[in-house]
Ligand binder design. Sequence first.
Ligand SMILES: N[C@@H](CCC(=O)N[C@@H](CS)C(=O)NCC(=O)O)C(=O)O
Length: 312
Amino acid sequence: MTQIILHHYDNSPFAEKARLMMGFKGLTWQSVIQPVWAPKPQLTPLTGGYRRTPVMQIGADIYIDTNLIAEELERRHPSPTLFPENGTASGGWGGLVAYALWAERMLFWPAVRYAMAWNAEKMPQELIDDRARMNGAPRGDVAKMKAAIPLFKEQLHNALAVLDDALGQGSLYLFGDEPSLADFAAYHPIWFLENNGRKVGGVMAEYLNAQAWTGRVREFRHGTREDMMAEQALAIAREASPIAADPMGEPDENAPAPGTRVTVTPDDFGRDPVEGEVMAASRRRISIRREDPEVGEVAVHFPRIGYVVRPV
Ligand SMILES: N[C@@H](CCC(=O)N[C@@H](CS)C(=O)NCC(=O)O)C(=O)O
């Protein structure tokens, strides 16, 4: 089974990044809608506990994190490329991943906090509390979120100024006239602002380079999206076997050896550890094997950047 299954929900910015990358590559994919907040009983049997959005499934292989999803899409569907190397100043894979991490930590958080604070009174309390817990707070506080709007706005403008400057250098995209991973990573926080109300999206008014670029990236759309029930995705995992792990990149002599039991945990938020046995590890990714009562043997693949590996 090689069909691409994306576990996601519509208003997720990181999922929008994955959907657009699939649109850019002209792919057909299966859409499984997962809950917006935990618990996610039809996702965690696949991941072993990881609950963030999106997750990509291909048979019994589970790909965590949009930067790894980008690499795996590239490996299976190389053209058009998300990692252009010729004729651009991208610095290759390293340059693009570094830019993506800037966008997804320094631009994403002010954008999301600003939009959520504006809309806090319209959001279900379960969602506010769930997101607060993911960041280590016992529960969400709408009044505190509202009071912090000026701070979030200031941080957001500072980050938008960086993006707008990078986009004002005469190329169509961040690293030249072809799009790359960096564009999809920087676009989805803007998409979230625009998708969550006129007041919130209005913050973009003065960033003309970013506005023009936003229009270009949006046009890649989502490819061909077909709906699938979560039960069917679980059955596909149960019937398939993981592919032999291709570690991609140089082997990592510092990583636990194949066969070692480890946990892999996000280093920023939503720190739910996933336990399994190392199949392969490079400096780019680590693949672990796990047995699950519902889906049998699955391989869960994580990027190395942004995730902590600990022997059990
Ligand atoms: N680094 C991760 C971040 C994913 C992420 O933070 N997703 C947000 C939604 S856009 C999330 O998981 N929120 C909580 C949830 O969906 O349960 C990636 O690139 O996939």
